[in-house]
Ligand binder design. Structure first.
Ligand SMILES: NC(=O)c1ccc[n+]([C@@H]2O[C@H](COP(=O)([O-])OP(=O)(O)OC[C@H]3O[C@@H](n4cnc5c(N)ncnc54)[C@H](O)[C@@H]3O)[C@@H](O)[C@H]2O)c1
Ligand SMILES: N[C@@H](CCC=O)C(=O)O
Length: 549
């Protein structure tokens, strides 16, 4: 499209949080949206291919985690012919989408953020609460704030990326860089735990001119569908985003079989990511694809807090409780290993930690707004966590300091649990459980270096971690010592709650490719740059001066 100006994006700011305080219009609005959506359940959700609703003979159910008798959504599951049609439709939509000026694409996502911030804020939050079991605050920071931040900041980062041009032009030459969309289509596989992440997994590549086939999580189909509809209302053309829930293995096999598969954008568990990498790798080795597919994946964690003897105890306790138990520990960033110096542990930390944890209220997200902890996502997660708790109970190396019970009579509720062990290599410090369980190791004050070695090496992950210390020499020493233990590193703050535009998010080692969602780096993974040299002088001599006799 012709363009007669070099546009810049509007000033981008983080979405302002709403408090949902008692008596506020915000709380009233959210509860009204929650009730309205609850009355509509189960929502019937089709596949969306080329902008048209398509139903399948195979129907899946998304279950409400805090009332498992309630079905949140009944959704069509894609069959091989649907996956093929989605890919072909996306490829057919590609040339018009990528030839739009980038500002037109940016306008779609800026408008989507505007719609989420205003018209659909409470609806998207309600879908996230009913389907994914978040309370009001957790829904606000995810399905209102973070998703708006991703959509808006991406446009600023895209503008900056496109502005990166070669610094040198020899006389008579104009050098340029063009950031082409990938040749082919992007496949996005999204996790259950963040509506914002599902939104960004598709929006980031689309902004850069790509077309996307999306397989949402079975446990977040409703919120993903609402996001899909918002993108459409914001002006996203037919076929640019294909929404195809379905059996993850079957859908992925079909996608990875396609010659034009150009990138995987994944967030989820490490085990699944490794499996997908293997499938893609085997296909690359067989020469199946037009190009080498980009693989972008953010995965699991076993995140730590290290509390030094000089730490501010109250700050460390409050940060620990929030990091371990907000959203039931189901954030990839959630705290699950806690290393506390013996002097801090015995001089107040332990007692405050126990008192505050016991005071946490567990239950339904709206019938009692005081509930801080809700349900875990599904039966499989509940069963896995129940197994962790019963093994802990039977294990002579583990003490259950707080919690340890689970109740699935109405919903999938697991008590906030603190485990303690004197064996720093115990599985409770190694395996990601993805639930409200934190494991404590108390270290002798003079064994700081030894505990750092354990923190750095006992798990394969490297996602988030925090140190708590007031002594600046110690802060500096720990920061250097633990440089590779976390991609998001916090000093005197909790290891969760990264904010787009402030702390780009992601970890290395087994935690992912660390391409940093919420930054320009991730956008650069979804382009294939072309360097253009434009020469104004014509050549007329073959030999070099050095060839002259
Ligand atoms: N690092 C991050 O930024 C980040 C963010 C959120 C979640 N996570 C991680 O995600 C996990 C929790 O999310 P989850 O339970 O949705 O993860 P999951 O791996 O079970 O599922 C993620 C997605 O992969 C799909 N999937 C599952 N098996 C598959 C297969 N064999 N082939 C293809 N697709 C498959 C699922 O259907 C879902 O859409 C945790 O490990 C958490 O740490 C990481
Ligand atoms: N970005 C979020 C975590 C997302 C993973 O689930 C945080 O920093 O807490």
């Amino acid at each position: 499209m012709s363009q007669f100006a070099s546009f810049s994006v509007p000033q981008i700011k983080n979405e302002v949080p709403q408090s949902y305080a008692p008596g506020s219009a915000q709380r009233e609005g959210l509860l009204k949206a929650f009730k309205e959506l609850e009355a509509e359940l189960p929502v019937e959700i089709p596949l969306m291919i080329n902008g048209k609703a398509v139903t399948s003979s195979e129907i899946g159910e998304q279950i409400c985690p805090f009332e498992h008798k309630k079905v949140v959504a009944r959704y069509s599951r894609a069959q091989p012919e649907h996956v093929k049609a989605a890919i072909e439709g996306a490829l057919a939509a590609k040339s018009k989408w990528e030839s739009l000026h980038w500002s037109e694409r940016a306008a779609v996502f800026l408008k989507a953020a505007h719609l989420i911030s205003k018209k659909y804020r409470y609806k998207l939050m309600a879908a996230t609460m009913l389907g994914q079991g978040k309370n009001a605050w957790q829904a606000e920071i995810d399905a209102a704030m973070e998703i708006c931040d991703f959509l808006r900041f991406n446009t600023k980062y895209a503008n900056e990326l496109y502005s990166q041009q070669p610094p040198e032009n020899s006389p008579g030459i104009w050098n340029r860089m063009e950031y082409r969309p990938l040749e082919g289509f992007v496949y996005a596989i999204t996790p259950f735990n963040f509506t914002a992440i599902a939104g960004n997994l598709v929006a980031a590549p689309m902004l850069m001119g790509n077309v996307v086939v999306m397989k949402p999580s079975d446990s977040a189909v409703l919120s993903s569908y609402v996001v899909y509809q918002i993108f459409r209302e914001a002006g996203l053309p037919d076929g640019v985003l294909q929404f195809i829930p379905g059996n993850p293995v079957d859908v992925s096999r079909e996608v990875f079989d396609h010659f034009d598969f150009a990138a995987l954008h994944f967030t989820g568990s490490t085990a699944v990511f490794r499996q997908l990498w293997r499938q893609i790798g085997n296909n690359v080795a067989d020469g199946k694809y037009r190009t080498y597919p980009k693989i972008v994946g953010e995965t699991g964690g076993k995140n730590f807090h290290l509390v030094h003897s000089s730490a501010h105890i109250r700050n460390a306790v409050v940060s620990t409780i929030r990091a371990a138990f907000e959203y039931q520990g189901q954030k990839c960033s959630a705290l699950s290993r806690l290393y506390v110096s013996r002097s801090a542990w015995e001089n107040g930390f332990r007692d405050e930690l126990v008192r505050e944890t016991k005071a946490l209220k567990v239950g339904h997200p709206t019938s009692d707004m005081a509930n801080f902890v809700g349900p875990v996502i599904h039966r499989a997660s509940f069963d896995k966590l129940k197994g962790v708790l019963s093994r802990a109970e039977a294990d002579s190396e583990v003490e259950i300091l707080v919690g340890g019970k689970a109740d699935d009579s109405v919903g999938f509720f697991v008590e906030p649990t603190i485990l303690v062990s004197a064996n720093p290599k115990h599985d409770i410090f190694v395996t990601e459980y993805f639930g409200p369980v934190v494991s404590v190791y108390v270290y002798d004050d003079d064994k700081l270096d030894e505990v750092c070695e354990v923190i750095d090496t006992v798990t394969p992950y490297g996602l988030t971690g925090s140190i708590f210390a007031q002594d600046r020499l110690v802060v500096s020493q720990l920061s250097a010592r633990l440089r590779n233990a976390a991609g998001n590193f916090y000093i005197n703050d909790k290891c969760t709650g990264a904010v787009v535009g402030e702390q780009p998010f992601g970890g290395a080692r087994a935690s992912g490719t660390n391409d940093k969602a919420g930054s320009g780096m991730i956008l650069s993974r979804f382009v294939s740059p072309r360097a253009i040299k434009d020469t104004f002088d014509y050549a007329d001599t073959v030999i070099y001066p050095s060839n002259l006799a």
